[in-house]
Design a protein around this ligand. Structure first.
Ligand code: DGJ
Length: 749
């Protein structure tokens, strides 16, 4: 069979008539790029924006080389032409010590390459040289070509004008007469100024414990962050931040950071060479990878975005948050503020019916919830997690009249209606699998591994893509669904694709993810009001790639509010609190059984996009009153929390029993402070919170919406006072939480 590939239609028909076509990643929508300048005498390109300057040039060997990346320089500072370094020894040749922007594997390079190709004649040497460049709409394109083979690579660059974050990708094109196999492809390499005191901060995790902050010194050799799981995963997050060993203060020092916009297997390698230079290369994971690029075809790598902050790791996070909200998510730069949701999963699990959901919806509406979401269990023969996935018809026993009565009821209560789906999966006990056992990822004749009793559909197949698209489209066309929670509850295993020619089978790594994106994109264009949440058994598919098509993200199935302080802290390193869904659940929720005050639970969740996931049938009148009050309070604060500048005042790291966050609204008029103490030790007072990001010369009025400040704290004081003298919080005991607002009331006389 000739396989129609990406999007199910591109290769077959169009390839015959068009000499070239592009499988391009949808590029991130742009609010504005900084200008790119080019000096033809020195062949130096330069971009400046916000606090950042990025400079690159073409050296005497026609290689493209980084000249500077860091704090913004004076416009008058000129750079001489790039020169490749001398080799250090026969073991470290000049090509390996050059700070390449993009380098092929060949000619003696021993560090991580950006591109590795096997040609049909067995040649694996690739020597890319500069050919030409163009600057259009503030985007720089640099074309490189192999010294003899018709392989062209176009490097794309754009610097975001607001944040100075550089967006890069590479487009690889086969203009030769025969197909070749790409075995490794990165968007490009970022090179740090020489230094021996770099420190890498990154995120690791597993189910129910995602987003753990880790750090390690960068020394000689390579550190690889990656996912080989088929999707993003939580073992590593596709994000890095590197600072220098100057200070423990999150707000101090230089920090370089970056993230990949890709929801498939990925890798970021951080490598220090023989001259103690650090190279950071990011793109598709090379493990088991092999993309067959046929004559006339092009493929574009994921985008690898990177930035610089002179306000430490905290500043790096704020720049990332800004870019996500202003340039990446749907409807950027003005995405809707996240509504307060109710989700029925923890209350009812698979035991759903119309009356039960209506009862919860009525209670949810009474406390101010704005969107009611029915989770897993409404479809097929889904009585538990062993059956039903793949059969996307409404279960008649649970909903004899279909979904309409429930949806109408939810709408009549003034809420939006959301529904759970897990489109890429199938249970063996399903009609879909009985009819199409060949649709799963597998190697014929070999066992297939199940996870949560389910298997992964091969979304790279055009027929699977068409099935998923059509059932989702029908569901949305026939029901007034405002929101989908899109789940994905396992990793890949046995990633075979046997009905395409052998040499194309590994294309599955790329085509699966491209088809996932194309379905999201098509759904959104057919149903423009639809909103989508990315969920993957918790936070296993959160990245800048999926964020282009989804409005919010589920960080973890662990909804314990103390654990959540840690999980949410890690989430905010790369991603905005405005995208982070946080439910208030019951005290006895998994994975542990702490009975915590409802106020503590609410304040923990109010640090992101607030939701409720509790069994409201068990709420007492007092619980309803607390919930109603704090949801109403949250609505007055959410713009600041979701869009403002976040300062992690006390990160709950290294076993800290305390945690505090501060959010400053973009206009600087409102400040929100949360403080938590989960166990008081030896009656020490809570540390003074020295606030950040205020206007020194303005007066701010302090009000507590939960808990209280220590006696004697003034009701109003200057920004300078709150930042230097600070705020003393009256907190003793276990599981205490306090929340404050500071409102800018006047400028100092
Ligand atoms: C995993 C999700 O993370 C949960 O929130 C819930 O939707 C379950 N799946 C349902 O199966």
């Amino acid at each position: 069979m000739i396989r129609p590939s990406v999007l199910g239609y591109a290769r077959m028909g169009l390839a015959i008539t068009l000499s070239l076509f592009v499988f391009s990643c949808t590029s991130i929508s742009q609010t504005g790029n900084a200008p790119v300048t080019y000096d033809a005498n020195t062949r130096v390109f330069r971009m400046d924006a916000a606090g950042v300057t990025y400079v690159l040039g073409v050296n005497e060997h026609e290689q493209v080389q980084t000249l500077y990346w860091g704090k913004r320089l004076s416009p008058g500072d000129a750079f001489p032409a790039a020169r490749s370094p001398r080799g250090y020894s026969a073991f470290d040749l000049p090509i390996t010590l050059t700070q390449h922007e993009f380098v092929g594997w060949g000619g003696g390079i021993v560090l991580e390459p950006d591109l590795k190709i096997t040609f049909p004649d067995g040649n694996r040497d690739l020597a890319l040289k500069y050919v030409s460049s163009s600057i259009k709409e503030n985007k720089l394109n640099i074309v490189m070509k192999d010294i003899s083979r018709e392989v062209y690579v176009t490097l794309h660059y754009a610097m975001d004008a607001e944040t100075g974050i550089v967006r890069r990708s590479a487009e690889i094109e086969n203009r030769s007469d025969a197909a070749f196999t790409i075995e490794q492809a990165a968007a490009g390499t970022y090179n740090l100024p020489r230094g021996t005191d770099y420190h890498l901060h990154f995120l690791t995790g597993r189910w129910a414990a995602e987003w753990s902050v880790q750090d390690e010194a960068i020394r000689g050799g390579k550190i690889v962050l990656e996912s080989r799981r088929g999707t993003t995963g939580s073992q590593n997050i596709p994000f890095f931040v590197i600072d220098r060993d100057i200070s423990k203060d999150q707000e101090q020092g230089d920090a370089y950071f970056g993230a990949l916009a890709w929801s498939g297997s990925w890798q970021i390698s951080i490598e220090q060479d023989a001259l103690q230079q650090v190279h950071i290369t990011g793109g598709l994971n090379a493990f088991d990878f092999g993309y067959r690029l046929k004559k006339g075809e092009r493929i574009e790598t994921p985008e690898f975005l990177a930035g610089f902050s002179s306000q430490g790791i905290g500043g790096a996070s704020r720049l990332m948050h800004r870019l996500e909200i202003d340039s990446i998510v749907p409807n950027a730069p003005n995405p809707r503020l996240r509504p307060v949701i109710y989700n029925s999963w923890e209350a009812t699990t698979f035991h759903l019916d119309e009356a039960g959901q209506v009862a919860l919806a009525e209670k949810a509406a009474s406390i101010g919830v704005e969107r009611f979401v029915m989770d897993d269990g409404w479809f097929g023969q889904r009585m538990n997690d062993r059956a039903g996935l793949g059969d996307w018809y409404v279960n008649k026993e649970k909903f004899p009249h279909g979904l309409k009565p429930l949806i109408d009821k939810v709408h009549s209560l003034g809420m939006e209606f959301g529904l759970w789906v897990e489109p890429e999966m199938v249970n063996a006990d399903s009609d879909l699998y009985r009819n199409h056992p060949d649709w799963i990822l597998n190697f014929p004749g070999r066992p297939h591994t199940e996870g949560r009793n389910q298997m992964v559909l091969n979304l790279a197949r055009p027929d699977v893509r068409a099935y998923v698209m059509s059932f989702l489209n029908k569901l949305l066309a026939e029901n007034e669904i405002d929101f989908l929670k899109w789940d994905y509850n396992r990793n890949w295993s046995e990633p075979g694709w046997s009905d395409v020619p052998l040499e194309d089978q590994k294309d599955v790594y790329y085509d699966f993810t491209k088809n996932f994106y194309s379905i999201l994109e098509e759904l959104r264009s057919k149903h423009p009001k639809l909103e989508i949440e990315s969920c993957s058994g918790g936070g296993s598919r959160v990245d800048l790639g999926v964020m282009r098509y989804t409005d919010q993200d589920w960080p973890s199935d662990n909804t314990n509010p103390v654990d959540r302080l840690v999980i949410q802290n890690g989430f905010t390193y790369p991603y905005s609190p405005g995208l982070m869904v946080a439910w208030v659940t019951d005290s006895s929720n998994l994975p542990n059984r702490l009975a915590l005050p409802l106020e503590f639970r609410f304040l923990s969740s109010m640090q992101g996009a607030l939701g409720v996931g509790a069994n409201l049938n068990k709420y007492t009148p007092e619980d309803f009153a607390v919930a109603k009050r704090l949801i109403a309070q949250y609505k007055t604060l959410r713009e600041t929390i979701q869009r403002g500048l976040l300062y992690r005042l006390i990160p709950p790291e290294d076993g800290s029993e305390r945690s505090a966050t501060e959010y400053v609204s973009r206009d600087g008029k409102q400040v929100v402070v949360f403080a938590f103490l989960h166990s008081s030790i030896e009656r020490y007072p809570y540390p003074t919170l020295k606030l950040r990001g205020l206007d020194e010369d303005a007066v701010y009025k302090l009000e507590a919406f939960e808990g209280k400040a220590t006696n004697g704290v003034p009701a109003t004081a200057s920004g300078s006072y709150w930042m230097n003298r600070g705020l003393d919080v009256n907190m003793n005991g276990d599981f205490q939480a306090a929340g404050f607002t500071l409102t800018k009331v006047a400028a100092l006389k």
